[in-house]
Design a protein around this ligand. Structure first.
Ligand SMILES: [Zn+2]
Length: 169
């Protein structure tokens, strides 16, 4: 019976990506930030799923979609423990842990108005990762330091759509 419950909760997909061990409560934020919420593919989301390792976690399963490097980085910032599994024919063909880059480029906005990354100069934002857990990053231009809950995400592709989510902690 237990097995069956598990199976129902975490339905297998034939092809696509499973993002597992997402910090509980972050699944929807991740969908919005990565742009996966605009996908036409089937997405299954588990929020507050019980987990042996972390008590509760979120899971996202997306059919027919493989993540790009930017999306992986966005996930790593919000959920450093997340794992990504690539599925083909119902089998995991590759499993990887997300990794926070040493320098985060473009994805985050420096809210300091006088920072050169906010000027008319064609300069992309750039942050140095000082600490991973809990996250602490520093703007390489104005040296302002940000904690995870202070981060404002942006994306180059969708510059008009600045995702300003309140992160649950
Ligand atoms: Zn700055």
């Amino acid at each position: 019976m237990k097995m069956m419950e598990e199976k129902l909760k975490i339905d297998k997909i034939s092809k696509g990506t499973v993002i597992d061990h997402i910090e509980a409560g972050y699944a929807l934020t991740i969908l919005g930030l990565t742009g996966l919420d605009e996908s036409k593919n089937l997405i299954t989301i588990g929020v507050n799923v019980s987990s042996k390792k972390y008590q509760t976690k979120d899971i996202i399963k997306i059919e027919n979609v493989f993540l790009n490097e930017t999306q992986m980085q966005q996930i790593s910032i919000l959920s450093p423990n997340a794992s990504i599994s690539l599925i083909e024919n119902y089998k995991v063909i590759e499993k990887k842990k997300v990794k926070i880059p040493k320098i985060i480029k473009k994805l985050i906005l420096c809210v300091n108005q006088t920072c050169i990354s906010n000027s008319d100069e064609p300069i992309n934002s750039e942050f140095l990762v000082l600490e991973e857990k809990p996250l602490k990053i520093q703007c390489v231009y104005c040296e302002r330091i940000y904690k995870l809950e202070e981060i404002v995400f942006t994306s180059k592709e969708k510059k008009e759509k600045i995702v300003k989510q309140r992160i649950q902690l």
